[in-house]
Design a protein. Structure first.
Length: 315
């Protein structure tokens, strides 16, 4: 289920041992169309494989939760907690985003643009029964902040520190989406992406924003956000470039896959013939960290405690 989000959207995918996951993409604006204090709708118009279908909200939530997380090798207790968390954030995200595609005649699409929704998983996933019970236990429940549905962004692995939507995409700050340390002992992953200077030039030339003009002599993080993520990267070479860390990640991921540069929480070092990017985490790092949430569930944390950690102040 490797998904390549469009443009600046972020990826998250299956973690080798732990999670299947998707990503929540960057909202262009945090707006809530219609009545901002509205309740939870009974149904959603979902575009599934190009066809618009009207689906009961909790059926959509079940399909989305199963598409977004697979707690392989976790106990039933932990899996139940993980699916309660995922059901609440999937339902909330759907409510917050409903209407995003209104001009096209539906509420949400089935891709990572909104939330991954692969209804076939309801029949095929071995976690279906656990997820279905979790959806039923949480029915009608969404997270709100100041009475508005919260924008429950989430990602696969924060690498040890979450970040804000403002730092990730330049969007509006939201009090319940802070940059926070995530002490979830040993569960955050590290990764490396190495390439020769010639390979870097080829990859970066695929996009006008990062085209270094035939030669790359330097690749330098010029600015970091509060979480340590590379906000800006300088490309030195035939044509100097200054790009955001997310742009660099998106361009490389589009060419080399979601598991090349997996997050912007990275250092760049020169090698004898090119550059290596050494990083932590997977995904944009905003909101709930799925590996951290799973570690908390394993440690006995309640659904409420997990949500309160990643969306502080939302109720
Ligand atoms: Zn969409
Ligand atoms: Zn984390």
């Amino acid at each position: 289920m490797t998904r390549f989000p469009k443009r600046r959207h972020v990826v998250a995918t299956v973690l080798s041992t732990v999670l299947g996951l998707a990503i929540a993409c960057a909202p262009s604006t945090a707006r809530f169309p219609g009545d901002v204090t509205r309740g939870v709708p009974a149904r959603l118009r979902v575009q599934v494989s190009g066809q618009v279908r009207t689906i009961a909200l909790d059926d959509y939530v079940l399909g989305a939760a199963l598409s977004e997380v697979t707690p392989v090798s976790e106990s039933n207790r932990v899996a139940a907690t993980v699916y309660e968390v995922q059901a609440i954030i999937a339902r909330t995200y759907a409510v917050a985003q409903a209407g995003r595609h209104a001009p096209e005649g539906f509420d949400v699409c089935d891709r990572t643009h909104c939330q991954l929704y692969e209804p076939a998983r309801i029949a095929t996933s071995r976690f279906s029964a656990i997820a279905r019970a979790a959806v039923a236990r949480t029915t009608g429940r969404i997270l709100r902040f100041n009475s508005l549905p919260a924008l429950t962004l989430f990602h696969s692995d924060c690498g040890g520190h979450t970040t804000t939507p403002t730092a990730a995409w330049g969007g509006a700050a939201l009090a319940y989406l802070p940059a926070r340390q995530d002490e979830a002992g040993g569960t955050h992953r590290t990764w490396q992406f190495s390439a020769t200077a010639e390979e870097w030039v080829r990859v970066l030339a695929s996009d006008a924003r990062t085209d270094p003009g035939g030669r790359l002599s330097g690749l330098i993080v010029s600015q970091r956000d509060a979480s340590g993520r590379a906000s800006w990267v300088r490309l030195e070479g035939g044509r100097g470039r200054h790009v955001t860390g997310e742009t660099l990640r998106a361009v490389v991921a589009a060419q080399r896959g979601a598991r090349s540069i997996m997050s912007t929480l990275f250092e760049i070092e020169p090698t004898p013939n090119g550059f290596v990017v050494k990083g932590r985490g997977f995904g944009h790092g905003v909101g709930l960290c799925q590996v951290g949430a799973m570690a908390r569930a394993r440690g006995g944390a309640s659904v409420t405690a997990i949500l309160a950690h990643y969306y502080p102040g939302a109720r």
